[in-house]
Design a protein around this ligand. Structure first.
Ligand SMILES: *Cc1c(COP(=O)(O)O)cnc(C)c1O
Length: 360
Protein backbone atom coordinates (compact mmCIF):
# COMPACT_ATOMS: atom_id res chain seq x y z
CA UNK A 1 0.00 0.00 0.00
CA UNK A 2 1.34 3.44 -0.82
CA UNK A 3 0.92 6.46 1.40
CA UNK A 4 -1.34 9.41 0.60
CA UNK A 5 0.33 11.78 -1.88
CA UNK A 6 -0.58 15.47 -2.23
CA UNK A 7 -1.49 16.93 -5.60
CA UNK A 8 1.38 17.83 -7.91
CA UNK A 9 2.99 21.19 -7.18
CA UNK A 10 2.26 21.22 -3.45
CA UNK A 11 5.61 19.78 -2.37
CA UNK A 12 7.38 22.41 -4.54
CA UNK A 13 6.11 25.09 -2.18
CA UNK A 14 8.57 26.57 0.27
CA UNK A 15 6.26 27.35 3.19
CA UNK A 16 5.76 31.06 3.83
CA UNK A 17 7.72 32.13 6.88
CA UNK A 18 6.34 35.14 8.73
CA UNK A 19 8.42 37.76 10.49
CA UNK A 20 10.07 36.81 13.77
CA UNK A 21 9.02 38.45 17.01
CA UNK A 22 10.66 36.71 19.94
CA UNK A 23 14.14 36.46 21.37
CA UNK A 24 15.12 34.81 24.64
CA UNK A 25 16.10 37.16 27.44
CA UNK A 26 15.23 40.44 25.66
CA UNK A 27 12.16 42.15 27.04
CA UNK A 28 11.82 45.33 24.99
CA UNK A 29 11.16 44.03 21.50
CA UNK A 30 10.90 46.22 18.44
CA UNK A 31 9.01 44.28 15.83
CA UNK A 32 9.64 45.71 12.39
CA UNK A 33 9.50 42.48 10.39
CA UNK A 34 5.83 42.16 9.41
CA UNK A 35 4.57 45.63 8.39
CA UNK A 36 2.25 45.72 11.39
CA UNK A 37 0.87 48.96 12.80
CA UNK A 38 3.22 50.25 15.53
CA UNK A 39 0.28 52.04 17.19
CA UNK A 40 -1.59 48.79 17.74
CA UNK A 41 -5.24 49.03 16.70
CA UNK A 42 -8.03 51.53 17.24
CA UNK A 43 -9.30 51.52 20.85
CA UNK A 44 -12.79 51.38 19.33
CA UNK A 45 -11.91 48.19 17.49
CA UNK A 46 -10.53 46.64 20.67
CA UNK A 47 -13.68 47.57 22.56
CA UNK A 48 -15.91 46.05 19.85
CA UNK A 49 -13.81 42.91 19.91
CA UNK A 50 -14.04 42.55 23.70
CA UNK A 51 -17.78 43.06 23.61
CA UNK A 52 -18.10 40.01 21.40
CA UNK A 53 -16.56 37.83 24.12
CA UNK A 54 -20.08 37.32 25.43
CA UNK A 55 -21.27 36.03 22.05
CA UNK A 56 -18.62 33.46 21.16
CA UNK A 57 -21.11 30.60 21.11
CA UNK A 58 -22.87 32.31 18.16
CA UNK A 59 -21.97 31.77 14.53
CA UNK A 60 -20.93 34.94 12.74
CA UNK A 61 -23.07 36.43 9.98
CA UNK A 62 -21.86 34.39 7.01
CA UNK A 63 -22.59 37.29 4.68
CA UNK A 64 -20.71 39.82 6.86
CA UNK A 65 -23.55 42.19 5.98
CA UNK A 66 -22.74 44.94 8.49
CA UNK A 67 -19.09 44.98 7.53
CA UNK A 68 -19.86 45.04 3.82
CA UNK A 69 -22.39 47.83 4.35
CA UNK A 70 -19.82 49.85 6.28
CA UNK A 71 -17.21 49.29 3.55
CA UNK A 72 -19.72 50.16 0.82
CA UNK A 73 -20.47 53.45 2.54
CA UNK A 74 -16.86 54.31 3.34
CA UNK A 75 -15.51 53.61 -0.15
CA UNK A 76 -18.60 54.33 -2.31
CA UNK A 77 -18.96 50.75 -3.54
CA UNK A 78 -21.84 48.38 -4.14
CA UNK A 79 -22.12 46.07 -1.13
CA UNK A 80 -23.15 43.11 -3.35
CA UNK A 81 -19.77 43.23 -5.00
CA UNK A 82 -17.71 43.14 -1.80
CA UNK A 83 -16.53 39.81 -0.39
CA UNK A 84 -14.75 39.64 2.96
CA UNK A 85 -12.09 37.13 3.86
CA UNK A 86 -9.95 35.90 6.74
CA UNK A 87 -7.27 38.38 5.71
CA UNK A 88 -6.73 39.23 2.07
CA UNK A 89 -4.46 36.18 1.98
CA UNK A 90 -7.58 34.05 2.05
CA UNK A 91 -9.07 35.99 -0.84
CA UNK A 92 -5.87 35.57 -2.88
CA UNK A 93 -6.06 31.84 -2.28
CA UNK A 94 -9.79 31.66 -3.13
CA UNK A 95 -9.31 33.61 -6.36
CA UNK A 96 -6.43 31.41 -7.47
CA UNK A 97 -8.34 28.26 -6.53
CA UNK A 98 -11.43 29.37 -8.45
CA UNK A 99 -9.72 30.60 -11.62
CA UNK A 100 -6.58 28.50 -12.07
CA UNK A 101 -5.66 24.85 -11.95
CA UNK A 102 -3.15 22.29 -13.18
CA UNK A 103 -1.39 23.40 -16.34
CA UNK A 104 -2.51 27.02 -16.09
CA UNK A 105 -0.19 29.98 -15.62
CA UNK A 106 -0.30 32.88 -13.20
CA UNK A 107 1.74 35.99 -14.00
CA UNK A 108 3.23 38.17 -11.27
CA UNK A 109 6.15 40.57 -11.06
CA UNK A 110 9.62 39.34 -10.21
CA UNK A 111 9.73 40.58 -6.63
CA UNK A 112 5.99 40.45 -6.08
CA UNK A 113 4.34 39.21 -2.88
CA UNK A 114 5.36 35.60 -2.13
CA UNK A 115 1.81 34.41 -1.56
CA UNK A 116 1.20 34.64 -5.33
CA UNK A 117 3.62 31.91 -6.47
CA UNK A 118 2.76 29.87 -3.36
CA UNK A 119 -0.93 29.88 -4.21
CA UNK A 120 -0.26 29.13 -7.88
CA UNK A 121 1.74 26.03 -6.94
CA UNK A 122 -0.92 24.98 -4.46
CA UNK A 123 -3.37 24.49 -7.33
CA UNK A 124 -0.81 22.94 -9.67
CA UNK A 125 -0.50 26.10 -11.79
CA UNK A 126 2.78 27.62 -12.89
CA UNK A 127 3.83 30.97 -11.43
CA UNK A 128 5.48 33.06 -14.16
CA UNK A 129 7.62 35.95 -12.92
CA UNK A 130 7.93 39.04 -15.13
CA UNK A 131 11.20 40.99 -14.89
CA UNK A 132 11.15 44.27 -13.00
CA UNK A 133 13.15 47.42 -13.68
CA UNK A 134 14.97 48.75 -10.61
CA UNK A 135 12.68 46.71 -8.34
CA UNK A 136 9.56 48.17 -9.89
CA UNK A 137 6.95 46.21 -11.86
CA UNK A 138 7.23 46.70 -15.63
CA UNK A 139 3.89 46.58 -17.47
CA UNK A 140 5.58 45.61 -20.74
CA UNK A 141 7.30 42.62 -19.14
CA UNK A 142 4.06 41.64 -17.39
CA UNK A 143 2.16 41.70 -20.69
CA UNK A 144 4.97 39.87 -22.51
CA UNK A 145 4.73 37.07 -19.91
CA UNK A 146 1.11 36.35 -20.89
CA UNK A 147 0.53 33.14 -22.86
CA UNK A 148 -2.63 31.29 -23.90
CA UNK A 149 -2.30 29.41 -20.59
CA UNK A 150 -2.40 32.55 -18.41
CA UNK A 151 -5.49 32.75 -16.21
CA UNK A 152 -4.57 35.35 -13.60
CA UNK A 153 -2.23 38.32 -13.28
CA UNK A 154 -1.49 39.29 -9.68
CA UNK A 155 -0.01 42.67 -8.91
CA UNK A 156 0.61 44.19 -5.49
CA UNK A 157 0.26 47.97 -5.81
CA UNK A 158 2.19 49.25 -3.96
CA UNK A 159 4.33 46.14 -3.89
CA UNK A 160 5.59 44.34 -0.83
CA UNK A 161 8.60 44.05 -0.30
CA UNK A 162 9.92 46.66 -2.76
CA UNK A 163 7.66 49.59 -1.76
CA UNK A 164 7.31 50.70 -5.40
CA UNK A 165 4.04 51.29 -7.24
CA UNK A 166 2.56 51.62 -10.69
CA UNK A 167 0.89 54.93 -11.50
CA UNK A 168 -2.76 55.18 -12.59
CA UNK A 169 -1.80 55.64 -16.24
CA UNK A 170 0.38 52.51 -16.27
CA UNK A 171 -2.33 50.44 -14.60
CA UNK A 172 -4.80 51.61 -17.24
CA UNK A 173 -2.47 50.61 -20.09
CA UNK A 174 -1.88 47.24 -18.42
CA UNK A 175 -5.61 46.62 -18.23
CA UNK A 176 -6.22 47.85 -21.80
CA UNK A 177 -3.65 45.49 -23.26
CA UNK A 178 -4.52 42.48 -21.13
CA UNK A 179 -6.79 39.90 -22.80
CA UNK A 180 -10.26 40.06 -21.22
CA UNK A 181 -10.26 36.39 -20.24
CA UNK A 182 -7.42 37.00 -17.76
CA UNK A 183 -8.34 38.14 -14.28
CA UNK A 184 -6.25 41.12 -13.14
CA UNK A 185 -5.91 41.12 -9.34
CA UNK A 186 -4.73 44.43 -7.88
CA UNK A 187 -3.64 43.81 -4.29
CA UNK A 188 -3.76 47.21 -2.62
CA UNK A 189 -2.85 46.10 0.91
CA UNK A 190 -0.93 49.36 1.51
CA UNK A 191 -3.20 51.77 -0.40
CA UNK A 192 -3.87 54.02 2.61
CA UNK A 193 -0.18 54.82 3.05
CA UNK A 194 0.48 55.98 -0.50
CA UNK A 195 -0.70 59.57 -0.80
CA UNK A 196 0.80 60.08 -4.31
CA UNK A 197 -1.43 62.00 -6.74
CA UNK A 198 -0.95 59.52 -9.57
CA UNK A 199 -1.89 56.45 -7.49
CA UNK A 200 -5.18 54.58 -7.56
CA UNK A 201 -6.20 51.50 -5.62
CA UNK A 202 -8.01 49.85 -8.51
CA UNK A 203 -11.65 50.40 -7.46
CA UNK A 204 -12.35 52.58 -10.51
CA UNK A 205 -10.97 49.84 -12.76
CA UNK A 206 -13.19 47.27 -11.06
CA UNK A 207 -16.18 49.49 -11.82
CA UNK A 208 -15.13 49.86 -15.44
CA UNK A 209 -14.08 46.34 -16.43
CA UNK A 210 -15.39 42.80 -15.90
CA UNK A 211 -11.95 41.24 -15.37
CA UNK A 212 -10.39 43.41 -12.65
CA UNK A 213 -10.57 42.86 -8.89
CA UNK A 214 -8.94 44.75 -6.04
CA UNK A 215 -8.04 43.51 -2.57
CA UNK A 216 -7.60 45.38 0.71
CA UNK A 217 -6.81 44.39 4.28
CA UNK A 218 -7.44 45.44 7.87
CA UNK A 219 -4.03 44.04 8.85
CA UNK A 220 -1.86 47.02 8.01
CA UNK A 221 -3.46 50.45 8.35
CA UNK A 222 -6.05 49.28 10.91
CA UNK A 223 -3.57 47.22 12.93
CA UNK A 224 -5.77 44.11 13.03
CA UNK A 225 -3.33 41.55 11.56
CA UNK A 226 -4.01 39.10 14.39
CA UNK A 227 -7.76 39.07 13.71
CA UNK A 228 -7.51 38.19 9.99
CA UNK A 229 -9.89 40.43 8.05
CA UNK A 230 -9.61 41.55 4.45
CA UNK A 231 -11.96 42.42 1.64
CA UNK A 232 -12.15 42.43 -2.12
CA UNK A 233 -14.15 44.50 -4.57
CA UNK A 234 -15.22 42.44 -7.56
CA UNK A 235 -17.25 42.46 -10.74
CA UNK A 236 -20.61 40.96 -9.78
CA UNK A 237 -19.92 37.62 -11.55
CA UNK A 238 -16.56 37.23 -9.83
CA UNK A 239 -18.09 38.01 -6.42
CA UNK A 240 -20.59 35.23 -7.14
CA UNK A 241 -17.76 32.83 -7.84
CA UNK A 242 -15.82 33.71 -4.68
CA UNK A 243 -18.98 33.42 -2.59
CA UNK A 244 -19.39 29.88 -3.90
CA UNK A 245 -15.89 28.72 -2.96
CA UNK A 246 -15.35 30.51 0.35
CA UNK A 247 -16.10 29.02 3.74
CA UNK A 248 -19.64 29.90 4.82
CA UNK A 249 -18.37 31.59 8.01
CA UNK A 250 -14.91 32.64 6.89
CA UNK A 251 -14.73 35.88 8.89
CA UNK A 252 -15.16 35.38 12.62
CA UNK A 253 -17.73 37.20 14.76
CA UNK A 254 -15.26 39.37 16.73
CA UNK A 255 -13.31 40.08 13.54
CA UNK A 256 -16.39 41.49 11.81
CA UNK A 257 -17.30 43.64 14.81
CA UNK A 258 -13.79 45.00 15.29
CA UNK A 259 -13.41 45.75 11.57
CA UNK A 260 -16.64 47.80 11.51
CA UNK A 261 -15.44 49.79 14.52
CA UNK A 262 -11.98 50.26 12.99
CA UNK A 263 -13.50 51.70 9.82
CA UNK A 264 -15.35 54.23 11.93
CA UNK A 265 -12.21 55.48 13.68
CA UNK A 266 -10.87 57.97 11.14
CA UNK A 267 -8.66 59.61 13.73
CA UNK A 268 -6.72 56.39 14.28
CA UNK A 269 -6.33 55.90 10.54
CA UNK A 270 -5.04 59.45 10.06
CA UNK A 271 -2.64 59.07 12.95
CA UNK A 272 -1.30 55.82 11.48
CA UNK A 273 -0.80 57.39 8.06
CA UNK A 274 0.97 60.44 9.51
CA UNK A 275 3.26 58.28 11.65
CA UNK A 276 4.25 56.11 8.69
CA UNK A 277 4.89 59.12 6.47
CA UNK A 278 7.04 60.89 9.03
CA UNK A 279 8.93 57.75 9.99
CA UNK A 280 9.51 56.82 6.37
CA UNK A 281 11.15 60.17 5.64
CA UNK A 282 13.21 60.05 8.84
CA UNK A 283 14.46 56.49 8.33
CA UNK A 284 15.21 56.98 4.63
CA UNK A 285 17.26 60.09 5.33
CA UNK A 286 19.15 58.56 8.25
CA UNK A 287 19.91 55.30 6.44
CA UNK A 288 21.04 57.14 3.33
CA UNK A 289 23.26 59.16 5.64
CA UNK A 290 24.90 55.86 6.62
CA UNK A 291 25.69 55.26 2.95
CA UNK A 292 22.95 52.68 2.45
CA UNK A 293 20.80 52.39 -0.65
CA UNK A 294 17.16 52.87 0.30
CA UNK A 295 14.58 52.05 -2.35
CA UNK A 296 11.82 54.64 -2.73
CA UNK A 297 8.74 53.44 -0.83
CA UNK A 298 5.16 54.66 -0.65
CA UNK A 299 4.19 52.05 1.96
CA UNK A 300 4.82 51.54 5.69
CA UNK A 301 8.18 49.86 5.18
CA UNK A 302 11.52 50.43 3.47
CA UNK A 303 13.63 48.04 1.46
CA UNK A 304 17.28 48.73 2.22
CA UNK A 305 20.38 47.32 0.56
CA UNK A 306 23.08 46.14 2.97
CA UNK A 307 25.16 44.05 0.58
CA UNK A 308 26.84 40.82 1.62
CA UNK A 309 26.54 41.60 5.33
CA UNK A 310 22.71 41.89 5.28
CA UNK A 311 22.15 38.67 7.22
CA UNK A 312 24.85 39.50 9.80
CA UNK A 313 23.26 42.88 10.33
CA UNK A 314 19.81 41.35 10.67
CA UNK A 315 21.13 39.01 13.36
CA UNK A 316 22.99 41.81 15.15
CA UNK A 317 19.76 43.82 15.26
CA UNK A 318 17.82 40.80 16.45
CA UNK A 319 20.27 40.29 19.30
CA UNK A 320 19.26 43.77 20.44
CA UNK A 321 15.57 42.87 20.18
CA UNK A 322 15.03 44.64 16.85
CA UNK A 323 13.38 42.44 14.24
CA UNK A 324 13.58 43.25 10.54
CA UNK A 325 12.80 40.97 7.63
CA UNK A 326 15.31 38.97 5.62
CA UNK A 327 14.66 38.94 1.89
CA UNK A 328 16.25 35.72 0.65
CA UNK A 329 12.87 34.24 -0.25
CA UNK A 330 12.35 37.22 -2.58
CA UNK A 331 15.75 36.74 -4.25
CA UNK A 332 16.96 39.90 -2.57
CA UNK A 333 19.37 38.43 0.04
CA UNK A 334 21.42 41.65 0.00
CA UNK A 335 18.41 43.60 1.30
CA UNK A 336 16.44 43.85 4.51
CA UNK A 337 12.88 45.11 4.80
CA UNK A 338 12.29 47.44 7.72
CA UNK A 339 8.75 48.30 8.80
CA UNK A 340 8.30 51.93 9.84
CA UNK A 341 7.82 51.94 13.61
CA UNK A 342 7.14 54.61 16.19
CA UNK A 343 9.59 57.55 16.28
CA UNK A 344 11.28 55.74 19.18
CA UNK A 345 11.53 52.45 17.25
CA UNK A 346 12.95 54.18 14.20
CA UNK A 347 15.54 56.04 16.28
CA UNK A 348 16.54 52.74 17.91
CA UNK A 349 17.11 51.12 14.51
CA UNK A 350 19.25 54.03 13.34
CA UNK A 351 21.20 54.06 16.61
CA UNK A 352 21.92 50.33 16.42
CA UNK A 353 22.94 50.53 12.75
CA UNK A 354 25.30 53.39 13.55
CA UNK A 355 26.82 51.33 16.32
CA UNK A 356 27.20 48.31 14.03
CA UNK A 357 28.76 50.31 11.21
CA UNK A 358 31.13 51.86 13.73
CA UNK A 359 32.26 48.37 14.72
CA UNK A 360 32.96 47.32 11.16
C1 LIG B 1 0.16 42.01 4.26
C2 LIG B 1 -0.21 41.78 2.84
C3 LIG B 1 -1.42 41.19 2.46
C4 LIG B 1 -2.46 40.65 3.31
O1 LIG B 1 -2.44 40.43 4.51
P1 LIG B 1 -3.65 39.79 5.30
O2 LIG B 1 -3.17 39.91 6.67
O3 LIG B 1 -3.81 38.40 4.82
O4 LIG B 1 -4.85 40.61 4.99
C5 LIG B 1 -1.72 41.05 1.14
N1 LIG B 1 -0.89 41.48 0.19
C6 LIG B 1 0.27 42.06 0.50
C7 LIG B 1 1.12 42.55 -0.61
C8 LIG B 1 0.65 42.21 1.82
O5 LIG B 1 1.84 42.75 2.10
Amino acid sequence: MSLPVPKSGILDIKPYIGGEGRVAGVTRLIRLASNENPLGCSPKAREAYLKMAAELHRYPDGAAADLRAALAQEYKMEAERIVCGAGSDELISLIVRAYAGAGDELVYSEHGFLMYPINAKAVGAKPVAAKEIDLRADIHALLAAVTPKTKIMLLANPNNPTGSYLARAELRVLREKLPENILLVIDAAYAEFVGAEDYEDGRALVDAYPNVVTLRTFSKIHGLAGLRVGWGYFPVEVAGVINRVRGAFNVSLPAQAAAVAALGDREFVQKSIALAKEGRAFLAKELQGLGLKVYPSVANFLLVEFGASAEDIRIALKDKGIFVRQMGAYNLPQCLRITIGTAEDNAAVVGELKRISGLR
